[in-house]
Design a protein around this ligand. Structure first.
Ligand code: HEM
Length: 404
């Protein structure tokens, strides 16, 4: 066993046993971040903190929520909202955070795409991010089932029906997922388990993994410049801070992150106190009724784009298109054939591709909320086809870019 000197402080005692000084250096004061970044690089921390808020508010809600089809609706809409002290506040925080987290995830993803932060060396950052996106989607969907309102029930019905595989008619699989012929008690309790236990556990693991993937390639910067981090860190430590291209995570970058976080909190709590209804569907304030289909079933806003890719096609083609849309982004680092790491505005045709992508996602999102009739259906078909063509278009655009 190593020889232990008598420690002069608790800090030293801990350092002898846990190497906390080294840990602090590696994870914080000597974790180097490029200088040339903007507020969009704070979105990662904003996401981590929002997930923390979801966990804490979720724990409070869990103390009163009842996972049973007979009592779930009242436990949320009556007990938590009216009987429990500040129950409404925890519910508003949870509901608003669940919606806002997707807005931030989309901003974070599109920042990565705009600056080419998924390219050579950073593929695993992107892939772990996509795994987080898919797991967050499952987490949001399973949570939406819990209040057991009309939209919970019918969204649960529609989404689990997708597993029948269209004309494959694999209803055995659908029933296996539901634990019954239709969503019922078994369905609610298994989605409850997923929402409060398994999926949060996976998300925590994936966040740690995502942070780990940043370690070797480091975060990108606004110009996509390849930085010699050892050299830049040496300059910084020698006191040549102006010449160095990096700053330490703690305290320099963190203080900027906290500033952005402060502004975010103002907006976040404004929504929590004054506009929480934007995160809650009025139809879901009617209790689930398997005999009364709502006239128009649609998911939460963050799933509307992929829902709209499913709808305008025939059943089987819609399902295939939907499947492609779910996995295509995983392959982005390999579909983009250009080695140029640069912001989109310096990448010619890629810039046009990027904005077409954004506008198409917005159009799909708007149409996803509208009833699939007449002109809306035709526009949806065009927008969905454009979305599916974006993949091959990216190969062509980036191959051309390579030749420039
Ligand atoms: C809860 C979910 C997530 C958390 C907590 C998280 C956290 C972070 C943090 C702290 C950073 C470093 C600072 C920054 O660039 O913001 C980062 C970088 C990054 N993340 Fe995430 N992230 C999440 C989800 C995602 C998703 C869904 C994607 C995309 C599919 C993604 C892709 C990336 C990329 C490409 C980078 C590197 C940015 C660069 O090098 O400039 N992340 N993430």
């Amino acid at each position: 066993m190593a020889k232990f000197e008598k420690a002069k402080s608790v800090h030293e005692w801990l350092d002898q046993r846990l190497a906390i000084n080294t840990l602090q250096r590696v994870l914080s004061t000597e974790y180097w971040i490029p200088k040339d970044i903007n507020f969009l690089w704070a979105m990662g921390l904003v996401l981590a903190v929002t997930f923390g808020l979801l966990l804490i508010s979720g724990i409070f809600l869990l103390m009163y929520y009842k996972p049973d089809v007979a009592t779930a609706f009242d436990s949320v809409n009556y007990t938590i909202m009216t009987e429990v002290g500040y129950g409404w506040l925890w519910r508003h925080i949870h509901g608003v955070a669940a919606s806002v987290v997707f807005l931030i995830i989309y901003i974070h993803m599109f920042t990565g795409i705009y600056y080419g932060s998924y390219k050579k060396g950073r593929e695993m950052i992107w892939i772990s991010g996509m795994l987080l996106f898919v797991t967050f989607s499952a987490e949001a969907f399973s949570g939406y089932m819990l209040p057991w309102g009309q939209m919970s029930y019918w969204a649960g019905m529609v989404i689990t029906n997708l597993f029948s595989g269209g004309s494959l008619e694999a209803y055995g699989l659908v029933e296996w997922i539901r634990g019954d012929y239709v969503p019922g008690d078994a369905f609610l309790t298994r989605f409850f388990m997923l929402h409060v236990f398994l999926l949060p556990l996976v998300i925590i693991g994936l966040i740690v993994f995502h942070f780990g993937t940043l370690r070797i390639p480091h975060v990108n910067n606004q110009e996509g410049e390849e930085i010699d981090f050892d050299e830049a860190a040496k300059l910084y430590k020698e006191g040549k801070k102006k010449e160095s291209k990096v700053i330490p995570f703690n305290p320099v970058f963190l203080s900027k992150d906290v500033f952005v976080l402060g502004i975010y909190f103002v907006l976040f709590f404004y929504l929590v106190f004054f506009h929480f209804e934007f995160a809650m569907d009025p139809v879901n304030f009617d209790t689930a009724d398997g005999l009364k289909t709502p006239p128009h079933i649609y998911p939460e806003w963050y799933f509307l784009w992929s829902y709209e890719i499913l709808r305008p096609f025939s059943k089987d083609i819609g399902l295939i298109a939907f499947g492609i849309a779910q996995v295509a982004l995983f392959f982005l680092p390999f579909i983009d054939r250009s080695p140029n790491v640069a912001p989109a505005h310096k990448r010619g045709l890629f810039k046009i591709w990027f904005w077409v992508f954004i506008v198409d996602m917005i159009i799909l999102t708007i149409l996803g909320k509208l009833p699939p009739q007449g002109i809306f259906n035709d526009l949806g078909l065009v927008a969905a086809i454009v979305f599916l063509l974006l993949g091959p278009a990216l190969v062509v655009v980036t191959l051309k870019e390579k030749k420039l």
